[in-house]
Design a protein. Structure first.
Length: 359
C-alpha cells in the first residue's frame, strides 16, 4: 500500500506558513527551556538523593531545584499550549494520525503530567524534612516525566514516518510505537542530557541572584551548576553526532552540504555548543546563558528542518492553501507579549526579588 494514500488532506492556513513556523519555533524554544529545567532538575535531585550528596549540602540551604520545579512545571505546561497549537495548524494531518495510532500511550500523558506535578510539590515540601518521602516522590516524578518525553518523541517519529502507518491494519489497538526508528533513541538521550545541562545552569542562575544577597555557599553552588552544565553538554555533543549518523541517508546529506541552510545551521549549533562548554568551564555564567539560548534556537531550527526533510516525499508546507485571519493572529500576539511580561515579573520575584523568596 502507498503510504501517501493514508495522509489526510491538510487544512487551509490562517496566516502565511512562515509566520506560523516562526511563532511555533519561538514558543517551542521557551517551552523546551522550561521543560528542561523540570526534567533535568528532577533527575539531578534524584541522583543526589540516591547517592546521599544532598545531605552534604551546607545546613539551612534547601536545594533551589526542589523549590523551583513545581512552579516551573506549571509554567512549562502553559507555555506548551502555543507551540502545540501552531504545530497542529501546520502539521495536524500528520500529528493527529500518529496520535491515534499510539492512542493508549498518548492519552496517558495527561494523567502522567498531573501526577508528576503533585509529586513535584511533595518533593518541594519534604526535601529537607523527610528524605525517604522526597526520594520516592522524586522517583515517581522523574519516571513519569521520562515517560511523557518518550511518548512525545515517539509521536513525532511516527508522524514523520507515514510508511509505518500501514502497521495499523495489523494492530488497531492504539499501541503502535516507532521504536524501530534508528534516530529515536539518540534523540531521546539527547533530550535527557540537554535537560540535565539546562537544569544545572538554571541552578547556577538562581544562586547567582542569591549570591548578591551575600548568602553563604552561593558561589560553590554556582560553580557546581556550571560543572553539571559543562559535563552534560559534552555528553550531549557526542550523542548529537550519533543522532546525525542515525538519520536516513537522504536526510543526513541535507546537513552535509546538499542544503546550505541546513548545513549552516548545523555548523552554527556545533560552534555554539563548543563555545558554551568553554564559557561554562571558565565559570562565566552569563556568557554561558546567552550562548545556551542561541544554541537552543539553533537546535529548534534543526528540529524544524529535520521534520521538513522527513516529510519532503509526502508534503510541502509551502503548498498549503492560505485563508488569512490576521485579527486572530493579532489577538494572539498581544496576549503572548502580555504573558511574557507577567512571566518576567514572576521570574524576577522568584529569583529573590520578593520578600517570600528572600527568606
Amino acid at each position: 500500500m502507498d503510504p501517501a494514500t493514508l495522509i489526510p488532506t491538510a487544512e487551509v492556513l490562517p496566516a502565511p506558513w512562515w509566520i506560523l513556523e516562526f511563532l511555533g519555533m519561538l514558543t517551542l524554544t521557551l517551552h523546551l527551556l522550561l521543560v528542561n529545567v523540570v526534567l533535568g532538575g528532577s533527575l539531578i535531585l534524584l541522583f543526589s538523593s540516591l547517592t546521599g550528596s544532598a545531605k552534604s549540602a551546607p545546613p539551612g540551604l534547601p536545594d533551589v531545584l526542589a523549590k523551583k520545579i513545581p512552579g516551573t512545571l506549571a509554567i512549562a505546561v502553559t507555555f506548551g499550549v502555543a507551540p502545540l497549537l501552531f504545530f497542529q495548524v501546520l502539521y495536524g494531518h500528520f500529528f493527529y494520525t500518529s496520535s491515534v495510532l499510539m492512542a493508549k500511550y498518548w492519552i496517558m500523558v495527561v494523567p502522567a503530567v498531573m501526577i508528576a506535578y503533585y509529586g513535584a510539590y511533595v518533593t518541594a515540601r519534604k526535601f529537607n524534612k523527610n528524605s525517604a518521602v522526597a526520594t520516592v516522590s522524586l522517583a515517581v516524578t522523574s519516571l513519569l516525566l521520562l515517560y511523557v518525553a518518550f511518548c512525545i518523541l515517539n509521536n513525532i517519529s511516527l508522524m514523520t514516518h507515514p510508511a509505518q502507518w500501514v502497521r495499523y491494519f495489523d494492530n488497531r489497538s492504539g499501541t503502535l510505537l516507532n521504536t524501530s526508528d534508528p534516530a529515536l533513541w539518540p534523540r531521546y538521550l539527547h533530550f535527557i542530557t540537554a535537560s540535565v545541562a539546562v537544569a544545572g545552569l538554571f541552578s547556577a542562575i538562581v544562586w547567582d541572584f542569591r549570591r548578591r544577597k551575600d548568602i553563604e555557599g552561593a558561589q560553590e553552588k554556582i560553580n557546581s551548576g556550571l560543572k553539571i552544565f559543562a559535563v552534560a553538554t559534552i555528553i550531549q555533543v557526542v550523542i548529537g553526532f550519533w543522532l546525525l549518523i542515525s538519520l536516513p541517508r537522504e536526510v543526513m546529506l541535507l546537513y552535509m552540504g546538499r542544503n546550505m541552510l541546513y548545513t549552516v545551521t548545523l555548523l552554527a549549533a556545533i560552534v555554539l555548543a563548543l563555545a558554551v562548554i568553554v564559557t561554562a568551564s571558565l565559570k562565566r555564567l552569563w556568557p554561558t546563558v546567552v550562548l545556551l539560548v542561541l544554541t537552543v534556537v539553533a537546535m529548534v531550527m534543526m528540529r524544524t528542518f529535520l521534520r521538513s526533510g522527513y516529510l519532503a516525499p509526502y508534503f510541502r508546507i509551502e503548498d498549503v492553501a492560505l485563508k488569512p485571519q490576521y485579527d486572530m493572529l493579532s489577538l494572539f500576539l498581544i496576549t503572548f507579549v502580555a504573558g511574557l511580561v507577567v512571566v518576567y515579573l514572576m521570574f524576577r520575584w522568584a529569583m529573590g526579588g520578593g520578600k517570600a523568596a528572600a527568606r
